[in-house]
Design a protein around this ligand. Structure first.
Ligand code: GDP
Ligand code: CA
Length: 335
């Protein structure tokens, strides 16, 4: 089976690690190929180095090197370089980069500086983390540099009605999404093209899965790459998504603040509505109400416990998503 997924960082990576676990333990899924299309809207240049937070979270998690407690960054990390940078007064000081993590960013920046496309750099990093050995291809959504910005009120100097755009990471990490966001603007997205293999992976998949990644600033950004949303609408394979809300709340992070900024209610129906033009199946947490009033084609909904409290729990959720997808495929074929 060929499975293609779109993915952000921590929520996407934990779901996909569960999916790989589920594939390994299921005799009927042997030989499954997984293509992951990662969000690069979170990318940022810090200290002259190109940092790809979501892609690196996917690499470290699927490769077994992630800091489990944080869900991002490297296990057994030290922070000597960050300490020296602070002594130098280098900024920003609000973004944490560990020493091992720095090596990834140095290597990536060196190769990008030599003219290598980001997708080719990620292929090399994927080899380092053993993703190909697990049947996984990790692709960035685009090789074009794009950066998500957040438009917030600018009250500097007492000015009223002013606006300024700050990098998504500054809003998320430094301000912890406490500055009310007016909207998201993705610099470079309109002239971005999907990275090699992205549209093919969507068109030729047997099953498409949306992990419980942030629907606005992870999945929403990938869908905004010209051509990607159309490919999702055009595919004949079923698309099954997993709600990022558990008992009505995002599990971590500020998805509710992101949904509020685009005027969508923070419910599993609200999130499913963002995918209504291509969604066929939708997993909702057992503590959340059945979605109602989703515009577009009504997805088939299944209720499951959706807290990824362990790799096994994530594998059960991924298994339920695959099962729903397989049932939808069988139904499509019989009509
Ligand atoms: P980020 O880029 O690191 O923010 O990660 P993603 O965009 O991939 O995922 C973030 C989303 O994952 C958040 O909106 C969370 O609500 C969701 N999430 C995290 N852990 C869980 C979980 O255990 N279960 C479910 N259903 N969603 C989760
Ligand atoms: Ca992210």
């Amino acid at each position: 089976m060929r499975i293609t997924t779109l993915a952000g960082g921590v929520g996407g990576a934990r779901f996909l690690r569960g999916l790989l676990h589920h594939v390994r333990r299921s005799t009927d899924l042997q030989g499954t190929r997984l293509t992951v299309i990662g969000n690069t809207g979170d990318d940022i240049t810090l200290f002259g180095l190109r940092v790809c937070p979501d892609i690196d979270t996917l690499l470290y998690t699927l490769g077994g090197g992630v800091h489990e407690g944080q869900g991002w960054g490297r296990a057994d990390e030290t922070h000597e370089v960050a300490g020296e940078l602070a002594q130098l007064g280098a900024t920003p000081s609000w973004f944490t980069l560990g020493d091992r993590d720095f090596a990834t960013h140095i290597y990536r920046s060196q190769l990008l500086g030599q003219g290598m496309p980001l997708s080719a750099v990620i292929t090399l990093l994927s080899r380092r983390w053993g993703l190909d050995a697990q049947g996984v291809s990790l692709l960035p959504m685009t090789d074009t540099p794009v950066e998500t910005h957040v438009v917030v009120a600018d009250t500097a100097g007492g000015a009223e009605g002013g606006r300024r755009a700050i990098h998504f990471q500054e809003w998320w990490v430094r301000h912890q999404a406490r500055l009310p966001a007016e909207r998201f603007v993705v610099a470079g997205l309109d002239r971005a093209t999907p990275a090699p293999g992205v549209l093919d992976a969507i068109r030729t998949a047997d099953l498409l899965l949306l992990p419980p990644s942030n629907p606005v600033v992870s999945i929403g950004i990938i869908l905004g790459v010209p051509g990607v949303r159309d490919a999702m609408r055009g595919t004949t394979a079923p698309v099954v998504g997993v709600s990022p809300l558990v008992a009505g709340r995002p599990v971590r992070g500020y998805a509710d603040a992101c949904l509020a900024a685009i005027g969508v209610e923070s419910t599993s129906s609200g999130v499913a509505g963002l995918y209504a033009d291509f969604l066929d199946g939708w997993l909702v947490d057992e503590a959340d109400p059945m979605p109602s009033g989703i515009r577009g084609r009504a997805p088939q909904v299944a209720h499951r416990p959706l807290l990824m409290s362990s790799v096994d729990a994530a594998a059960d959720i991924a298994g339920a998503a695959v099962e729903l997808g397989v049932a939808l495929r069988a139904r499509d074929r019989s009509v």
